[in-house]
Write a protein that binds this ligand. Sequence first.
Ligand code: PLZ
Length: 451
Amino acid sequence: MTTSESTAMTVNDIPQERRLVTAIPGPKSLEIQKRRTSAVSAGVGATLPIFISKAAGGVVVDIDGNSLIDMGSGIAVTSVGNSAKQVVDRVIAQVQDFTHTCFMVTQYESYVEVCEALNRLTPGDHEKRSALFNTGAEAVENAVKIARVYTKRQAVVVFEHGYHGRTNLTMAMTAKVAPYKQGFGPFASEIYRMPLSYPAHDGLTGKEAADHAISRMIKEIGAENIAAIVIEPIQGEGGFIVPAQGFLPSLVKFSNDNGIVFVADEVQTGFCRTGKWFACEHEGIVPDLITTAKGIAGGLPLAAVTGRAEIMDSVHAGGLGGTYGGNPIACAAALGSIAAMEEEDLNEKARNIEAIMKPRLAKIAEATGVISDIRGRGAMIAIEIVKKDTNEPDPDTTSKIAKACHAAGVVVLTAGTYGNVLRFLPPLVMPEHLLDDALTIIEQQIKEVTA
Ligand code: PLZ
């Protein structure tokens, strides 16, 4: 594709191009940033100090007219693209019909339809049920509630580098203290953290890492006391850590053998992000419960717990719910997103993104010597930035590279327990010429920052 063609391409009338007309942030963003500082709690952070007026396809456009390539999707949410037609049409129709009744008071069909879609799309052909919520953290909390009722046990196993949310229970389940937990204790009890499989760091096979974690569970908790094992099949905030092959299946087997509910937290990995509907499928595992959010509804707040009918139905009527869980507008958006994923084969698009990104990143690694690992699946790809001589994690350089990319018009995110992971989560509809341009910018900035 030539430059003129690529700049002519538009989505929702927004040119699919990287275009900087001011510094980042520009004067209009700077003005609002002042108001933000005096109006918004300092506790709410922001990766970039800019304000967005429009977004579609692979770009976000700020109020100064800068068009930035979106390699973050609002943290893995807008997989179908911002304001995707299938989502917008259904949302508009729903807003005009009714906005809210509360599914626990008077019901509507779209809630049932979303649950049917979840039961159909999630791994395993057993009978399933779903329940809808608003946020990923809420879904994880409810998965724990359900597992505890079903097993009549209390202990919950989570893993090093894990991230599950910011509510009290999910803070307890999240590994990293700063910024997520610092000063916010005391945390919920009966949460036990076990070692993960982290191939780039531990050198263990999946089976070895699982045996190690399982032997600790038996000794330190007792298998008969464990209600749930909760794990992200690929860790998100922890730095896109893909466990060694065999780790997850061993944990599933241990769960099945011991009456433990195996919960896959697919809030970040779900809905085509990794090139399959759910990341569990890469290892052929079938979780008892699966939590989803983010990519499910094209940007509207919706989350779910889906799982084995006998587990989901073990909860007494009225035990699960919430005023807004499965709000009709969010359900309409989810049905639109799922339609877009199926119609446009977004799994294939995610795999194509991986096929483009990994070799390019490998070349950058070879040329610079500061990338110790390239990992992830589909459109969930990360690199670890290290010091050249010692191979130590280098969070300062990572943050400098991210800032340099922002200044050059590419939204990238950082992650990882050691703060040294640059992660890429483009919308799955990212046009190839933009992905290519983003990679060129990333390459230039890594080279300049580490020269
Ligand atoms: N489980 C696996 O990735 C959210 C958090 C960003 P909520 N991840 C992004 C931040 O700094 O707050 C996440 C996740 C996994 C649960 C959650 C929580 O989802 O919708 O943010 O509550």
